[in-house]
Ligand binder design. Structure first.
Ligand SMILES: [Zn+2]
Length: 319
């Protein structure tokens, strides 16, 4: 018990120290891989991308890849959870863990965990950002782009959003169990975490407050191309694509279309406006070649910049 208390006290002190330094704290996100970083294209300075630091987001991807494979129910996913939760607490984000069981996966009953940041505001409307953090169940698959990149982007979003006052209530959900346990994607063997959150929101009555759900997934490749995902809600897609065009990212957020099944469907099925931002058209998808070298800090920065810069328009639209 004494040891536990000591740990709690240490955590509190660490959090207080981090809070005291506000958002200017460097948070140790640089320096440990200086030699490797020198070989990478640098992310643009955060003050040119709405405060979103692509370098910090990349550092998260690096840490998640270093954990190794972390599919749902594996030993590695527990270390991913510890990493995500400890980072969120260091940003002083209010973190909730949604533990649940997926009772009938191809592997039988699997314990899973969604990690949810709930940033309160005076306004009950909820804007929900999401990313899965589990990797595909395959030997030696580390999933740098799928799902390291989007997890890194969401963590950096959390750092920014938890440190400021927001006009609307903002939730950031890190979903477990998006990937199918089987090699092929066949319902219902996928999207376990997002289905769980959508169901629990419906049960609690909070679903009616969720005015928009924004999913990011595979947002790391160099020269990314995000196509308009056809199941996504048009007005919501328009907000992100038009913001991107205004910022000069028209060649990244293009007007071609793609039909993609992903975690956003769990919310669309419950009539929540939702959008999926994803570049699935990469040769290394679901292969062991999805390694850290496939993730470009500049792409993380572009994606984060568009997410942050779209927020005022989104707030206006849902008010
Ligand atoms: Zn995947």
């Amino acid at each position: 018990m004494g040891r536990w208390k000591l740990c709690v006290a240490a955590l509190l002190l660490a959090c207080l120290a981090a809070c005291g330094h506000s958002s200017s704290s460097d948070g140790g996100s640089r320096g440990t891989a200086a030699s490797q970083a020198a070989m990478l294209p640098a992310a643009p300075a955060a003050d040119t991308t709405g405060g979103f630091d692509g370098g910090r987001a990349y550092k998260h991807v690096e840490q998640l890849v270093a954990i190794g494979p972390h599919s749902a129910g594996s030993e590695g996913i527990h270390r991913s959870q510890q990493y995500i939760i400890s980072q969120l607490k260091s940003f002083c984000c209010p973190v909730e863990e949604e533990d649940f069981h997926a009772p009938s996966t191809p592997l039988g009953d699997v314990a899973m965990k969604n990690i949810i940041v709930k940033i309160p505001s005076a306004n009950p409307n909820i804007i929900l950002y999401g990313s899965h953090y589990d990797t595909k169940r395959m030997d030696n698959f580390v999933g740098a782009d799928d799902a390291g990149s989007s997890t890194g982007v969401l963590l950096e979003m959390a750092r920014l959003l938890c440190a400021r006052k927001n006009a609307e209530t903002i939730w950031l959900a890190f979903f477990d169990g998006e990937e199918a346990f089987n090699q092929n994607w066949a319902d219902p063997d996928n999207t376990y975490g997002s289905r769980e959150l959508a169901a629990s929101l419906a049960l609690s009555g909070n679903l009616a407050h969720v005015k928009a759900m924004i999913l990011v997934d595979m947002v790391g490749p160099a020269n990314p191309v995000y196509k308009r995902e056809i199941n996504s809600t048009s007005w919501l897609t328009d907000i992100f694509w038009s913001t991107a065009a205004q910022l000069g990212y028209g060649k990244v957020f293009v007007n071609d279309r793609a039909d993609i099944e992903d975690d956003h469907l769990s919310f669309l099925k419950r009539d929540i406006p939702s959008v999926d931002i994803i570049d699935l058209d990469v040769p290394y998808w679901h292969t062991t070649n999805d390694t850290l070298d496939k993730v470009d800090p500049r792409t993380l920065a572009i994606t984060g910049h568009v997410l942050i810069a779209s927020l005022p328009e989104l707030e206006k639209r849902i008010r």
